[in-house]
Design a binder for this molecule. Structure first.
Ligand code: ATP
Length: 243
């Protein structure tokens, strides 16, 4: 079977020479939900930015459903892979919430007559339909995060990549987001520092540190390995028990 996502020996250095990825290998099957864990500065966001071609490796390869990420395939790749960035402000730039959510579907050629329904559905999925006509700049951090997710959901991607989706959300919104994501039934890759959230959402986790994958296991097994977590500066919340 063709992998939903295939990352082969991916290396990347930033222009200042800092090597953020030092040979990452990762294969994600269609329908899998995988958490990407790791300490600050491990390379998680840098990896995410390669999955839809925002960055391109200095070595190695990324394939989405068998299609290599290249300049000429970018439109196809971005239709298939929806990335919700860590900072919602990177994603929101139109005068109103509705226009921001409509931007992606229009860009991917969804017929104009179908765009309003797409916008409504995506905003209602994240509980933001009442804010459609507001300026994204006037929303709270958590609300902006939800709208950023709606901009991606509206494009109906096969693969959803989320960078810290639960940060800044109130507990109820976190739970609603988890239910929404589970209900989508999509292939999902989620970067998170929130280990219980990763456990709830992703049966499999990869642990990245210093630009390489150091563990790739069922999330429960990985979180049960306290030595491994400690060696990579990860810690379950105080009092949290794996049952
Ligand atoms: N634009 C940049 N220029 C130079 N170095 C960068 C740049 N962006 C990130 N880095 C460096 O690359 C490394 C990986 O950063 P990255 O943002 O991918 O880490 P991360 O695992 O997502 O961290 P966090 O959990 O803190 O978000 C870090 O050492 C970081 O300092």
């Amino acid at each position: 079977m063709t992998a939903a996502l295939l990352v082969k020996d991916l290396e990347f250095s930033y222009p200042d020479g800092h090597r953020a990825l030092a040979g990452v290998d990762l294969r994600v099957e269609p329908g899998e939900r995988v958490a990407v864990l790791g300490p600050n500065g491990a390379g998680k966001t840098t990896l995410v930015l390669h999955l839809n071609g925002v960055l391109t490796g200095t070595r190695g390869q990324v394939e989405v459903a068998g299609v290599p990420v290249r300049k000429r395939t970018l439109k196809e790749i971005r239709r298939r892979v929806g990335v919700v960035f860590q900072d919602p402000d990177d994603q929101l730039f139109m005068p109103t919430v509705a226009e921001d959510v409509a931007f992606g579907p229009r860009n991917f050629g969804v017929p104009e007559a179908d765009v309003p329904a797409r916008v409504r559905e995506a905003l209602s999925a994240v509980g933001m339909e009442a804010h459609a006509d507001r300026s994204p700049m006037h929303l709270s951090g958590g609300q902006r995060r939800r709208v950023a997710l709606a901009t991606v959901l509206a494009c109906d991607p096969d693969i959803l990549v989320l960078d810290e989706p639960s940060s800044n959300l109130e507990p109820l919104a976190r739970r609603e987001l988890a239910e929404l994501l589970l209900g989508l039934g999509r292939t999902m890759l989620m970067v998170s520092h929130d280990l219980p959230y990763a456990l709830q959402l992703c049966p499999r986790s990869v642990l990245i540190d210093r630009g390489v994958v150091v563990a790739d296991r069922p999330t429960r097994d990985l979180l049960a390995d306290r030595d491994l977590l400690a060696a990579h500066r990860l810690e379950l919340p105080w009092g949290f028990r794996l049952d």
